[in-house]
Ligand binder design. Structure first.
Ligand code: CA
Length: 223
């Protein structure tokens, strides 16, 4: 899943980005509101972590503009201010959650998962399809009860497919939600990862779960 971090404290921005990448998210980061809107206009983010106090345009103004323009991307505010009025204003203008600095990283991660769960309408951290189980909180995968080890990128591709199970996803969609803008597309990376996943998840099982839809892309579903 692809996240945008908007945070002007360079050190904090770097730490958050590093930690989220380690968790398997693809992450873009910027330090002001105008840049954030530029990123949002180009890339399809699954969630935004937005600092409230930013130079120039505030996080609140960024969010208002997003919602005015019809964007429903889930947004979590980060702020050093913990006054109740700010929280209320943030939530009133369409934020999905609010985290006060300094925060524990585990809490940020848990809340991001809750936001993604809500927007994908999945009630738990465990995504299931036939005998395949993907726990996006614990980062574990099993097929028919046997644990399957995946690399971070394999996991990210699978997570995106599983959150959209039954929906055919184009290579471009998969690429845009799993890789960040440091990645130069144009290659067949998506096909390569699908091949890895098939080998690990479908090979040896009668019921194939990863399907190619000619001319359209890929879908995970029961055969
Ligand atoms: Ca700030």
């Amino acid at each position: 899943m692809r996240l945008l971090i908007v945070e002007d404290e360079v050190h904090l921005q770097k730490i958050i980005k590093k930690r989220l990448i380690k968790e398997g998210y693809s992450v873009d980061a910027c330090g002001n509101g105008k840049e954030a809107l530029d990123y949002l206009a180009v890339f399809p983010y699954d969630a935004v972590i937005l600092d409230v106090m930013l130079p120039g345009m505030s996080g609140m103004d960024v969010l208002k503009k997003m919602r005015r323009e019809g964007s429903a991307v889930p947004v979590m505010f980060l702020t050093a201010k913990d006054e109740i009025e700010d929280r209320v204003e943030g939530l009133n203008c369409g934020a999905d959650d609010y985290l006060v600095k300094p925060f524990a990283f585990e809490e940020l991660l848990a809340r991001i998962r809750v936001m993604l769960r809500r927007s994908a309408d999945t009630p738990t951290d465990e995504l299931a399809l036939a005998d395949l189980r993907v726990d996006v909180g614990k980062h574990t995968v099993s097929r028919a009860g046997s644990r399957v080890e995946l690399s971070a990128k394999e996991f990210a591709v699978l997570e995106y497919l599983m959150r959209n199970q039954g929906r055919v996803l184009s290579r471009e969609q998969i690429e845009q939600h799993v890789w960040d803008c440091g990645y130069e597309g144009g290659s067949n990376m998506v096909d390569v990862y699908i091949r890895y996943l098939r080998k690990k998840l479908d090979e040896g099982y009668e019921k194939k779960l990863i399907h190619t839809v000619r001319g359209a892309g890929y879908v995970v579903r029961e055969p």
